[in-house]
Design a protein around this ligand. Structure first.
Ligand SMILES: Cc1cc2nc3c(=O)[nH]c(=O)nc-3n(C[C@H](O)[C@H](O)[C@H](O)COP(=O)(O)OP(=O)(O)OC[C@H]3O[C@@H](n4cnc5c(N)ncnc54)[C@H](O)[C@@H]3O)c2cc1C
Length: 562
């Protein structure tokens, strides 16, 4: 089988597939096709219907285009019409022609109806200039006239109301991995599942650009297959940054650019909370705003450009002090040693504790994730729980497509929790309504969210509303229990640093150095903290980035005295 994959320029070439069980005839057809079309097209040759179908399935998974399929009629096991019938299931848009002997003309005519045949060619086809090429030219022209775009990127076949399908979508989007979504109950989704030999009961199925099918992959399996680094290249670094939000990315950019051997470890996807923001309007240098995804993409590329290693799907679960080394441990038991550590683990969404919510998360109820789901809720009524800036931004963003957006706020007004500019924007969008003193007390739905029970605290009354979408932004908490007993944290789990550690002029317990802790240094020398996870931090993108940069400056100071 001919298997040249790309054209000289690197672009995928459209294929012409030919199948004939007689090797001599098969080679002759392929030779004639290559002579005329080989520059522009890939000629794929097979000697049985089964092997041609295998080739078509692989090409489908790799996202390649097939323009024309030429099949011999008289083949053992599977004749040309049976083959074309199955090939059409895989590539419905490809134009089809049957090669027949004169005696089989009537079968070929019948096939015009059975498989919607475009043409039949009588053997022998000599001279090809007169008998073969005009037919193939017409088939190619017809094919080109329709809209066919190659899909060389990652393909994701899932179900709209499958929680794991949503998680994988979100993971790919947040890691800036280009992908195309196919619903498992639409024709092209079904074709991809069939090509991957997947039953469609376990979803999602991810098909990598190389054509490998992964059924319900874990984040780390997926990361490895779509080109995201998951393992460190060395065992010792100058600096390990934990957390890939603005603070961590800032630290990685400054650390690597200033010559520190730097590795950044991120549990899910770089960008952190900011990566989920549809539009950050108060970050210096972006007067028209910038989406969290764009900012993350740039920061990540900048960190890589300076030589920082960025690992995704690696969660730090332990921090140890081993002499002058600081050891960061992962859940699989692996570890990295470094001279210094910057903790930049931010905060995570607080869960909405109401009956039914957990079961419907990912199936109509989402934490953050407004940008990922925005398209799906076009034309629908959407609810948002929360009254802070994140909720306001999501409302403005979702209102572009949704029929209506209702913000449910527990307090009596947005004024104490949301920036003035966002309150004004919301007031000027007629499809956004704000319901104050209201909270969600239960969620209902069989396969997906169908209804919400709301409670109005001023009247004490309850109400049930039809709801397909609920986005939850009800605050966040640091997830720092894994640091317990190692670095000092406040009662809410935020990491205490610098002057805040010296209560009444006393150094923190266990602190043995002559000097006091540096500004962003924690109770463990050489371990610094930056961004939202720091006690008393500003909870802003700019301050997180600034603290990341400042922590690196203090890392240098620490290393000089090591
Ligand atoms: C929707 C939304 C909109 C916002 N809009 C704005 C805005 O317009 N302007 C503004 O200034 N601020 C905004 N904020 C706040 C801003 O995004 C945060 O202040 C900022 O992201 C904090 O950055 P950070 O790096 O400290 O933490 P985070 O952004 O929380 O990032 C922490 C990262 O650490 C990772 N992590 C956590 N634990 C571990 C672990 N154990 N191992 C490995 N990785 C770990 C997390 O997965 C996460 O990626 C918004 C927040 C949200 C949620």
């Amino acid at each position: 089988m001919t298997m040249a994959v790309t054209a000289p320029g690197g672009a995928l070439r459209t294929a012409i597939v030919t199948v004939d069980d007689d090797p001599v005839v098969s080679r002759a057809v392929a030779r004639d096709l290559r002579r005329r079309y080989g520059e522009q097209h890939r000629i794929v040759r097979a000697e049985s219907g089964e092997s041609a179908l295998d080739a078509l399935r692989q090409m489908k998974l790799r996202g390649e285009l097939v323009a024309v399929i030429l099949a011999d009629y008289r083949m053992p096991q599977m004749n040309g019409i049976e083959f074309l019938e199955q090939a059409t299931d895989i590539y419905p848009g490809a134009r089809r022609a049957l090669l027949t002997a004169y005696a089989d003309t009537s079968a070929a005519i019948d096939a015009i109806n059975v498989v919607d045949l475009d043409h039949y060619l009588l053997k022998p086809w000599d001279p090809p200039e007169e008998k073969l090429y005009p037919v193939v030219d017409t088939l190619l022209e017809t094919w080109l006239a329709s809209d066919h775009r190659p899909v060389p990127e990652t393909k994701l076949v899932g179900h709209r109301w499958s929680a794991r399908s949503f998680e994988v979508r979100d993971f790919l989007a947040r890691n800036q991995v280009p992908y195309r979504w196919y619903s498992a109950d639409e024709p092209e989704g079904l074709r991809l599942l069939a090509a991957a030999d997947a039953d469609g009961l376990t979803l999602p199925v991810v098909i990598t650009p190389d054509g490998e099918a992964l059924v319900e992959p874990s984040d780390s399996e997926l990361a490895g297959k779509v080109g995201l680094a998951t393992r460190p290249s060395a065992s010792f670094y100058d600096l390990v940054v934990i957390g890939g939000g603005p603070a961590g990315l800032g630290a990685a950019v400054y650390g690597a650019s200033e010559g520190l051997r730097t590795v950044l470890v991120e549990r899910t996807a770089t960008g952190g909370q900011a990566g989920q923001s549809s539009r950050i309007e108060n970050y210096l240098g972006f007067p028209d705003g910038v989406s969290g995804a764009q900012l993350t993409d740039r920061a990540r590329r900048q960190a890589a450009k300076f030589g920082a290693e960025v690992l995704t799907t690696r969660e730090a679960v332990g921090l140890e002090v081993n002499g002058s080394a600081r050891t960061v441990r992962f859940s699989d038991g692996a570890a990295i040693d470094a001279h210094t550590v910057i903790l930049a683990t931010g905060v995570s969404y607080r869960q909405l504790n109401a009956p039914g919510v957990a079961a419907l998360t990912g199936r109509g109820i989402f934490y953050g994730s407004a940008p990922t789901e925005a398209l799906s809720c076009s034309g629908h009524d959407v609810f948002i729980a929360g009254g802070a800036n994140s909720a306001g931004q999501a409302a403005v963003y979702l209102a572009k497509g949704a029929k209506s957006v209702t913000i449910l706020v527990r307090g009596p007004s947005l004024r104490t929790s949301m920036s003035h500019y966002l309150i004004e924007q919301i007031a000027n969008i007629p499809t956004i309504a704000v319901r104050t003193c209201t909270e969600v007390i239960a969620a209902h739905g069989r396969d997906y969210l169908e209804k919400l029970n709301l409670h109005d605290s001023t009247t004490g009354t309850g109400e049930t509303v039809d709801a397909r979408w609920l986005f939850v932004f009800i605050g966040a908490a640091p997830l720092t229990d894994w640091l317990d007993g190692v670095v000092l944290r406040d009662s809410r789990g935020f990491v205490v640093a610098g002057p805040d550690l010296s209560v009444g002029g006393q150094r923190p317990r266990g602190w043995q150095l002559d000097r006091p802790p540096y500004h962003l240094e924690t109770s463990v020398p050489g371990v610094f903290v930056a961004g939202d996870v720091r006690a008393e931090s500003a909870k802003r993108v700019a301050s997180a980035v600034g603290e990341g940069a400042m922590a690196v400056m203090l890392v240098h100071r620490y290393l000089e005295k090591l």
